[in-house]
Design a protein around this ligand. Structure first.
Ligand code: GLN
Length: 252
């Protein structure tokens, strides 16, 4: 009787411990917010979320052992969604700013960027000074919007989707678009009547935003980013989207 009981006890203990270990191994699912109107960082192709940021987060998730669940939303909605806990992470070519860093965590920078001026090729606008008295279109709530809003003598038109700002330039409603340079370049590559002019107006770094309720996730993301920079996976993804243009490349 005693032996039977001990056997039963041993088997139960084994099953229990094994079950617990398996539970611990089950991969964490992280809800990641994404703004799919920011090509080539994120966009939608055939109903799928794709782009540089998407590959980057997937590579980090792989080396750190977590699963990703994508949640598409407007850029403006990402930080509030992180604050309320609807999502735990957001990737959207989001510029690290001191104001945003008060309410969300940012990973180490993963792309170096800046604002540029996009105009029609037959335009007289050559630099920032030439924007005086002009109508400039951009995307609502972005660093371009913040910068332009501080400048006098410029009429700023703000859109939720940057495509509407580009359309405004095309149909003559605006004389320029000021926005993140890689996105302007991406647009110009498929619309031959426009180009960027002048120097970059700002220097900005993109970071992955993480909920302040999840400091452990921040550690994982930074560790993963470091690993994929070291093992060249980051470089491989970078080359896939930006070719030999090293302007945005982060090396450590
Ligand atoms: N980098 C800009 C910002 O953070 C724009 C990002 C975006 O439109 N997705 O404000």
């Amino acid at each position: 009787m005693l032996r039977k009981f001990m056997l039963f006890f041993a088997v139960s203990l084994f099953v229990f411990t094994f079950g617990l270990a398996n539970l611990a191994k089950a991969e964490q699912v992280v809800k990641v917010g994404v703004d799919t109107t920011f090509p080539p960082f994120e966009m939608e192709k055939n109903g799928k979320v794709v782009g540089f940021d998407v590959d980057l987060v997937n590579a980090i998730a792989k080396v750190e052992g977590f699963k990703v669940e994508w949640h598409t939303m407007d850029f403006q909605g990402l930080i509030p969604a992180l604050q309320t806990g609807t999502i735990q992470m957001a990737v959207a070519g989001m510029t690290i700013t001191p104001q945003r860093a008060q309410v969300v965590y940012f990973s180490k920078p993963y792309y170096h960027s800046g604002q540029s001026i996009l105009v029609k090729k037959d335009s007289n606008i050559k630099d920032l000074a030439d924007l005086k008295g002009k109508t400039v279109a951009t995307k609502l709530g972005t660093t371009a919007d913040i910068m332009l809003s501080k400048m006098k003598d410029i009429k700023v038109e703000r859109f939720t989707n940057i495509d509407d700002a580009y359309n405004q330039l095309q149909n003559g409603g605006a004389q320029a678009v000021v926005f993140d340079n890689p996105v302007n370049i991406n647009y110009a590559s498929t619309h031959k009547n426009v180009h960027t002019v002048g120097k970059l107006l700002t220097g900005e770094d993109y970071g992955i935003a993480i909920s302040k309720q999840d400091p452990k996730l921040l550690e994982k993301v930074n560790a993963g980013l470091e690993k994929i920079i070291k093992n060249s996976e980051y470089l491989k993804i970078y080359r896939k989207y930006f070719g030999n243009d090293d302007a945005g490349l982060i090396t450590k």
